[in-house]
Ligand binder design. Structure first.
Ligand code: B12
Length: 469
């Protein structure tokens, strides 16, 4: 029997992310299709009911980060109304498997390819009975005694055995931005990051694998920009050198711009040169804070404010745009620390930046801290983890700065951000404006309207969301 699987990304329908849905579901689809050619897989974000009616799947697989878990529950209830088994996977259920709700049958913990394959085979075989499920590694399922977590499944060491994501199932526009991943995990343990604890250790696709996938993406989508959404693309210098050589040898640097994530303590002149050779035009860095004490708390003492300054300088001087992300609201962070972050940004060469409220993501030490203080719970309204909007609903970890002061600081940062983006827009737009005036003066108004609407971003939409989740 050929199994039919509908994979759904639990995203708030009203919220549009540039890179949605993530690659996670596309990796699962490619893996199942490669190992079980008869299996049929579809990926849905919206109109899930219509997809169920049209595709009639054997089961539904839902992917969810914590702040969208209530949305995931709603999708599961919908599937249950159609009598379908429901599997949940992703960052949330991996961090809190015991929160598996009755409307979901199985939670897949951690990396999902092998586990989903085994579940697909068992459904096809004896069905998902407790006896069968208790033998499947890396899941949580319901028993009379409550959620049962089975033995952890080891990660796939040979990443090369995982086929590239099934992008044909994703709504990717030709000529636009395509996201890629060249690694899983991060060698660092920032206090707020759930990803590094999700993946546990860092594994990287080889430079040859990455360049092969870039070649495929270029011929399938002719993107103007490839955005690598790795947690830390530059973690291995030897791989970076090999990547730069291979990209140049294949002329890929002449066909597409790239954006990647960096870390200040890894930035030096050679790294900047390697990124420029690969035609990386935009580098994101988690700079986090302008206060040494807060930076130590957030990042663990392996990067300093001086490192951050030098990194922004080095990359900007090499011609890259540097976008920095910062977090404020750490428990022991005082107003003076937040002012230090503001001063850092003011004196920096950052092309753009985002400031987020520190959020206690499940699976992180911050979650445990917030749990102790009764700020979060395992049956909470998960949307309160959303840190897109700063307001009363949000969870504030700060012990020293009031919500009103916090709101004041955020308006200060967004004021500086608007100024900086306006400056950047005109600095980028003016040369093109004069060229347009010279070449096609009669088309200047529609040309300007398009520029103003698109805000001239580098694979960046005006929602200012960086792929740093
Ligand atoms: C790219 C990215 C984005 C992109 C794309 C998002 C998307 N739809 O996936 C954008 C920019 C849109 C984004 C936004 C956000 N992100 Co984000 N994002 C990432 C990032 C960097 C990579 C995701 C990815 O593709 N991973 C690689 C694939 C292979 O892994 P995967 O998606 O986890 O899937 C694997 C397993 O989890 C599992 N699996 C996953 N789903 C399912 C489903 C089933 C049925 C099964 C069987 C298995 C399974 O199998 C897959 C293959 O092994 C991750 C960090 C990371 N490195 O993973 C953060 C991360 C997922 N994001 C995170 C967050 C918080 C967010 C935001 C909430 C931030 C915000 N406030 O706006 C939003 C919410 C977006 C949303 N999904 O609703 C957190 C989630 C933590 C948590 N506990 O919730 C992460 C872990 C980052 C972190 N530092 O902690 N993000």
């Amino acid at each position: 029997m050929s199994v039919k699987i509908l994979l759904v990304n639990a995203i708030e329908p009203r919220r549009h992310f540039q890179h949605e849905p993530g690659l996670g579901l596309a990796y699962l689809a490619a893996f199942i299709r490669q190992r079980r050619p008869n299996a049929q897989v579809r990926i849905a974000i919206r109109q899930v009911a219509a997809e169920i009616a049209d595709f009639a799947p054997d089961f539904i697989g839902i992917s969810s980060v914590s702040e969208n878990f209530d949305r995931a529950k709603a999708i599961a209830s919908l599937a249950k109304r159609h009598g379908l088994p429901v599997v949940i996977g992703g960052a949330h259920i991996t961090a809190l498997p015991q929160t598996l709700p009755p409307e979901m049958d199985i939670g897949v913990i951690g990396e999902g390819e092998e586990t989903l394959l085994e579940l697909t085979d068992t459904l096809d075989g004896h069905g998902w009975t407790p006896a069968v499920l208790s033998q499947v590694a890396g899941i949580v399922f319901h028993t009379d005694g409550g959620p049962c977590v089975t033995t952890p499944r080891p990660v796939i060491e040979a990443l090369e055995t995982i086929p590239p994501p099934a992008r044909d199932l994703l709504p990717i526009e030709k000529g636009g931005t395509v996201t890629m991943l060249s690694s899983r995990g991060c060698p660092y343990k920032c206090v707020f990051c759930s990803s590094t604890r999700f993946w546990n250790k860092m594994r990287m696709f080889s430079a040859e694998y990455v360049v092969r996938e870039m070649g495929q993406v270029l011929s399938d989508y002719r993107p103007s920009h490839i955005s690598f959404v790795d947690d830390l693309f530059v973690a291995s210098r030897p791989r970076l050198r090999r990547l730069a050589d291979l990209i140049e040898q294949r002329g890929i640097h002449r066909r597409v711009e790239l954006s990647v994530s960096c870390r200040a303590n890894l930035v030096d002149e050679e790294l900047a040169r390697l990124l420029r050779r690969m035609n990386v035009v935009l580098a994101w860095i988690g700079l986090e804070s302008g206060s040494e004490a807060v930076l130590e708390y957030l990042k663990g003492g392996n990067v300093s404010v001086a490192d951050n300054e030098r990194a922004v300088e080095t990359l900007s001087r090499a011609g890259l745009e540097v976008h920095g992300t910062f977090v404020i609201g750490a428990p022991r962070e005082a107003s003076a620390d937040i002012e230090a972050t503001y001063d850092f940004i003011k004196r920096s060469a950052l092309a753009d930046f985002c400031v987020y409220p520190l959020s206690p993501l499940p699976g992180t030490p911050l979650w445990d801290y917030a749990l102790q203080r009764g700020l979060v719970s395992e049956d909470m309204e998960w949307g309160r983890l959303n840190y897109e909007t700063v307001g009363q609903a949000n969870i504030s970890l700060s012990e020293l700065v009031s919500r009103d002061e916090m709101a004041h600081f955020f308006s200060m940062f967004s004021g500086e951000r608007k100024r900086r983006r306006r400056r950047r827009f005109w600095r980028r737009c003016l040369p093109h404006l004069f060229a347009q005036l010279y070449r096609r003066p009669h088309r200047i108004v529609p040309w300007l309207r398009k520029r103003l609407a698109g805000r001239w971003g580098h694979g960046q939409s005006s929602t200012t969301r960086m792929t740093r989740g």
